[in-house]
Structure formats: structure tokens, C-alpha cells
Design a protein around this ligand. Sequence first.
Ligand code: BTN
Length: 262
Amino acid sequence: MLFNEELLRAFLTTSVFGKQIQFLEKTVSTNNHAFSLAFKGAPEGTAVLADCQTGGKGRMSRSWFSPPGKNIYTTVILRPEMDPALSPQVTLIAGVAVAELLYKYCPGKVTLKWPNDVLIGGRKVCGILAESRSSAVKIEYIVVGIGININMQENELDESLRQIATSLKIETGRDFIREEVAARLYESLEKWYFIFRDSGFEPIREKWLECSGMTGKEISYSSQGVTVKGRVTGMDNDGALLCNVNGEIQRLIAGEIALAAR
Ligand code: BTN
């Protein structure tokens, strides 16, 4: 079933996010679509929501499994006034917003994995991909793409994902009205984006650490072919993950982490 536009609008209580929304039956990637809308001047808060993607993409050139009729694939256009060097913070804002949303459906089971994953029971339910266009001093726009697995059952997941991914339905045993979840997502994104705009990154940093439960955890960190092991000590005020590696605090700014097996 495609998204019911009227139903989504009936659920929506935002002032900006999702007020302008493009519903697509199929697209290569909602990020690509939103990027070209932003380039043509679409205002902040404009959203693209697709029923299915033929080239859904993730970080590090990965693909995002995007079958029709089941999930949410959406991208929101932002035009923040911030230093381009701090743009990775936007992924963390979106992570906090998604975690708070999903917590309502799965209390006690939702965690964040730096920098862009939301997990339920340790399995990935959502990925976030932010892409931006900026000059040296100014961000023109950032498109924040969010994929959330909603009504897929275990046997509908790609085989390669069955051990590591999940959906709201797998976790709760019930179906969700995608339009309602999408509307709540835009509300949560707007709430946390406005907190960031009005009060800066500190409230996001605090909430992110609270939701992630990562402080004190052993991780391994890989970047550019090198893997190191360490213990998470916190998050810096620019969004870098702080990690004690052999007694020295390192700032992780890119790359991938894995939680050490307990
Ligand atoms: C990741 O886990 O590496 C990020 C995945 C992001 C997937 C979403 S789905 C909507 C938007 N469009 C895309 O092509 N990617 C993002």
C-alpha cells in the first residue's frame, strides 16, 4: 500500500517539518531527490517520502534495503546557520529524534550507535545519512535521510541482514500505521532541531549519551583500514566520540565502530 497523503497530514502537528512534502511511489534515493529540490531552493523542513527506493544508500557506499509497502524512507531539507565543519552534529540530532520516537513504541530497548544507527535490542532498525552542500564558511543546505524498518517481518529482510537488522513489527509483533510514525518522526525531528537551533549542541550531546548507553563500553574502531580497541568515555562538544585507547583519549570523527562482544 502506498502512503495515504491525507492520513499523514491529519496526524501531523508540526509548524515547519513535513508541511511541504513530496510523496513518491518509487525513487532512486529520497536523499538524491531532496538534494535536487534543495538546490532549486526548496525551503527548510521540506520532506520527501518514498514508498520504495531503487538505489537507497547508506554511509560508506553501502546500500539501504528499500522494498515497497513496508517501511519509511524519508529525507528532510535543513538550512542551518552553522559552521560546515560541525555538520556531523546534524546526524546526531536526527539520531536523538529517532531514538526518542522509537522509545515510545519499544520502551527500554532502543539505543544509539555512533554515528548514525538506531538499534532495538542491539539490531539496527534505522539508519541516517546526512549529505550537504556548503561553501568554506556556510552550509547551503543539508539533506537528512532516514530509513526506518517498520512493518517488515523477519523473512522479508534481505538474508544478509537477518542477524543484524530488525523492524518495529519484529520487535513488537504488531503492525504500525506508517503515516502516523512518519508524522511523529517529523515532529520529533522538528523538536530536536529547534532545541539545537535555540540552545546549541549541548542538550543534544547529553541526550545522545543518555540514549546510547555507550559510555564505558568497549569498542573497536575502524577507519582507513586501521582498527583500534578502546573504551568510550563520552562525546566532545563537536560530536566526536571520545575513546580511551591505551590510556590516551582519542577523538573519533569518522569511520565505523563495533561494540565488543560481552
Ligand atoms: C546507513 O545506515 O548507513 C544510513 C542509511 C540511510 C538510509 C536512508 S533511507 C532514506 C534516505 N535515502 C537514502 O538513499 N538513504 C537514506
